[in-house]
Design a binder for this molecule. Sequence first.
Ligand SMILES: Cc1cc2nc3c(=O)[nH]c(=O)nc-3n(C[C@H](O)[C@H](O)[C@H](O)COP(=O)(O)OP(=O)(O)OC[C@H]3O[C@@H](n4cnc5c(N)ncnc54)[C@H](O)[C@@H]3O)c2cc1C
Length: 492
Amino acid sequence: MYAVAAQRTEDVAAAVNFARKHNLRVVVKGGGHSYQGTSNAADSLLIGTRRMNAVTVHDGFIGAGCTGRHEPQQAVTAEAGAIWGQVYDAVTTKAGRYVQGGGCLTVGVAGLIQSGGFGSFSKAYGMGAASLVEAELVTADGAVRIANACTNPDLFWGIKGGGGGSLGIVTRLTLRTHTLPDFFGAVNMTIKATSDAAFRLLIGRILSFYSESLLNPHWGEQIAFRPGDILAIAMVFQGLDQQQAETIWRPFLDWLAGAPQDFSMVSAPWIVAVPARRFWDPGFLKGVPGVVLADDRPGAPEANVFWAGNLGEAGQVLHGYQSAWLPVSLLQPDRQEALGDALFAASRHWGVSLHVNKGLAGGPPDAIATAKDTAMNPAVLDAFALIISGAEGPPAYPGIPGHEPDPSAAREHAEAIDRAMNEIRTLLPRVGSYVAESDFFEPAWQKSFWGSNYARLLAVKEKYDPDGLFFVHHGVGSELWSADGFTRLAAR
Ligand SMILES: Cc1cc2nc3c(=O)[nH]c(=O)nc-3n(C[C@H](O)[C@H](O)[C@H](O)COP(=O)(O)OP(=O)(O)OC[C@H]3O[C@@H](n4cnc5c(N)ncnc54)[C@H](O)[C@@H]3O)c2cc1C
């Protein structure tokens, strides 16, 4: 109904105090990339943070109250409304360092970090939330609080993966930065098998190749299995040069080339490495045809670019979206057969994609240890991938003739996704799902998103927001409220 375009922490605190005093439904919006639509709500007071987007790089940062307990470390502070493209420009292009953020350049910093946060290279650097050093938040009582390992450590733990919009409004975040490798790169190819039997063979081969050669900190992103017997590989790597990457893929490519009767290339293998410092450099990217698009609004800064492939996602209507973490035990030689069968069976219904950068198995011990100290579902620790199945239609608007959504297609797609993911779920001892990339209708969402951490997370919520000022769909403590967030269901 009304929106506050906050420019500083005091604006956020004033808006929170106003909302609490007048008993208003509050929503917070940063980058606006919530798949579940949790950054807007009918009849709410919206607190927007996009104007708070300063980014500052530090050589030696120590959290408040941590002097004498922690060593200074290289870090970056981003205000809550910054988006990852802006942070990468400051940290990587300008300062030659690495910070763990998201893949899409327009995702918001605060939303992603509170979700847990994965980027293309998370297998090496861990979850974004695990690099959090300190945050400033406005809590439901209107207080401006610092949260770090030394001050309000319970709140600090909760915002590391506890999901956005539930515990308070983050106004700024400080993240550890890491040494930048020399190269980042990408491997792309799409292969069509000429028969179902050949496709099943191909699935087996990519699984064994992945587990022998790619299950390590160098490799991230996606391996997709699609109807029509299609395997699409869109992977990235870090810390290898082009020749090293080519050598790693050679046995797989030779195997394919040895069976031309079984496999054809829909798009030919393409392996490229670039100096890591140029990977997010807007000036460099604009010179590579088709890679990025520029913000075409009048007066937009030169550095505002986004991956061209993301354009189709703007305004899209999600027809269905499900995800599940796959334990690395499924890659054991005696389980690969069952995993291959399930992927094949799933691909008869709908496309499924392994996002191998969204599970930490195969990552370095430090990435796994820091992830343990977050609110994230522990299922992420021994998962080699998050499997995602989704479908969408073009931008559509109910009530606008010629631009209406297509509910019957949506239902059909959602059912196909369900059938595909059911094939996968039969393999899983427990189903965990990534809060930021999950089903709006997720059953038992508390367990799915946070597993054994949920009780502790709920205690943090009760401590800092006992009256439930902050509500989001399937957010921590939302089970106490009606679906629209207006009515408390149970007495405390
Ligand atoms: C195209 C696209 C690509 C994506 N890519 C990735 C990816 O590569 N890796 C990944 O891990 N995730 C990815 N996601 C998911 C994304 O990380 C989450 O949806 C994230 O929460 C988005 O943050 P936001 O600030 O952009 O979104 P918003 O919609 O603004 O906010 C998301 C949630 O966080 C809350 N929130 C926002 N700002 C604050 C704040 N300052 N304080 C407290 N709560 C706040 C909102 O209330 C909302 O509940 C992607 C999503 C999309 C749509």
